[in-house]
Design a protein around this ligand. Structure first.
Ligand SMILES: *Cc1c(COP(=O)(O)O)cnc(C)c1O
Length: 374
């Protein structure tokens, strides 16, 4: 026996960590043993749970959050000549979905809470505007009551990019219950099926048409009603997500508790701006995102966190249109959005997922202070 004590490696704290238990294993095995892997009863069950989550009667599961956005814009008839207003502080999927329809993308600015500003959206409306596409960034709902009001006044469709916002609420009304709600079940999202998505809607007609679009435009075998797609989800994927949907309230509660703990532990003294939840909202805390001090070298902070065993993320380092495919794109209108530009330059997301307890959160806060002041 050696009498030297090896230092135990401190485990790295990742920015996201999917958690599955016996329930997921049982349900996935059930599908495997049934031998029926394609869209079936598990998908139907996940749709019921998704509709309940959004507080609407209908949900149509699809193969990804991106497919959900594609389907929502297509079912609303968005096409060439139409304009869609969204936020420049989003994942590229939001913009790609607009451009795939041949529609023009316009960008409104964000508020201090990082989500799209309804007044800035209203100012961009033209006679060609067809749809308002807010993103519930980091799990915080945009001000959907005001957006709904703007949409009603101008006769516009509303699509919510709720990919990050399972279970988020505004004055008691859930995300996905205002317009067509587009959720993602991608591997890093608050509820995951590996890959997957769902569209929620209160409109039965729209739900019917979404079901057609998802499955080759087919009403029953060889009865084709429209030009369609293969956007189906597998029963295996649905089986993975179903138990997490059952635990969603607990997952959100835990993320929320972790966020409050981080805010307390980071404290007001290191020049970092911690995120704020408007009192009328339940935040889903997909990401816990701070603003670094102005002029602070973010790459250095990310590296410093990594050296201290903490994974950080930058969502998103540049405005969504600020990449080669979009810079000279004729359908991309690069509106001036100073608040969004400021956030993109200073934002940093820290681990907040339900796998973290008090000791890990203390390490995250300590590492941040160390990396910022180093
Ligand atoms: C993840 C995400 C999407 C796309 O979802 P996928 O399931 O990855 O296709 C769209 N919008 C936002 C804001 C996202 O975070």
């Amino acid at each position: 026996m050696s009498d030297t004590v090896k230092p135990r490696a401190i485990p790295f704290i990742p920015i996201s960590a999917p958690r599955f238990g016996a329930e997921e294993e049982d349900l996935v095995l059930q599908v495997l043993r049934s031998g029926m892997l394609a869209q079936g009863p598990m998908v139907a069950r996940l749709e019921e749970l998704s509709a309940a989550m959004a507080g609407v009667p209908h949900a149509v599961a699809v193969s990804s959050g991106t497919a959900a956005l594609d389907a929502a814009l297509e079912v609303l008839g968005v096409g060439p000549g139409d304009e869609v207003i969204t936020t420049p502080l989003t994942f590229v999927a939001t913009l790609n979905a607009i451009l795939r329809r041949g529609a023009t993308a316009r960008f409104a600015d964000v508020t201090d809470d990082y989500v799209i500003d309804p007044a800035s959206m209203a100012a961009l409306i033209t006679p060609h505007t067809r749809v308002l596409l807010p993103v519930h960034l980091y799990g915080l709902m945009a001000d959907m009551e005001r957006i709904e009001e703007v949409a009603r006044r101008h006769g516009l469709g509303v699509v919510e990019d709720a990919a990050q916002a399972h279970g988020a609420r505004l004055r008691g009304r859930p995300a996905g219950g205002f317009g067509l709600g587009c959720f993602s079940f991608y591997a890093t999202k608050n509820v995951t099926s590996g890959e997957g998505g769902v569209v929620t809607t209160s409109d039965g007609d729209i739900a019917d048409r979404l079901r057609l679009l998802r499955n080759q435009g087919m009403r029953s075998r060889y009865d084709y009603a429209v030009v369609g797609h293969n956007w189906r989800m597998t029963d295996l994927a649905a089986a993975l997500a179903i138990p997490q949907m059952g635990r969603l309230a607990a997952i959100t509660e835990r993320r929320s508790h972790n966020a409050a703990t981080l805010t307390r532990l980071i404290g007001p003294n290191c020049g970092v701006v911690t995120p704020r939840t408007p009192p009328d909202r339940v935040h889903a805390w997909h990401q816990y995102t701070v603003l670094l001090p102005p002029g602070c070298d973010r790459d250095r902070v990310v590296a410093g966190l990594r050296d201290r065993g903490v994974g950080a993320g930058v969502y998103y380092p540049r405005l969504v249109w600020d990449y080669p495919p979009f810079l000279d794109h004729p359908l991309v209108v690069r509106n001036v959005t100073p608040h969004a530009a400021e956030v993109a330059g200073r934002c940093l997301s820290l681990p907040v997922h339900p796998g973290l307890g008090e000791p890990e959160l203390a390490r995250v806060a300590e590492a941040l202070r160390g990396a910022v002041t180093a």
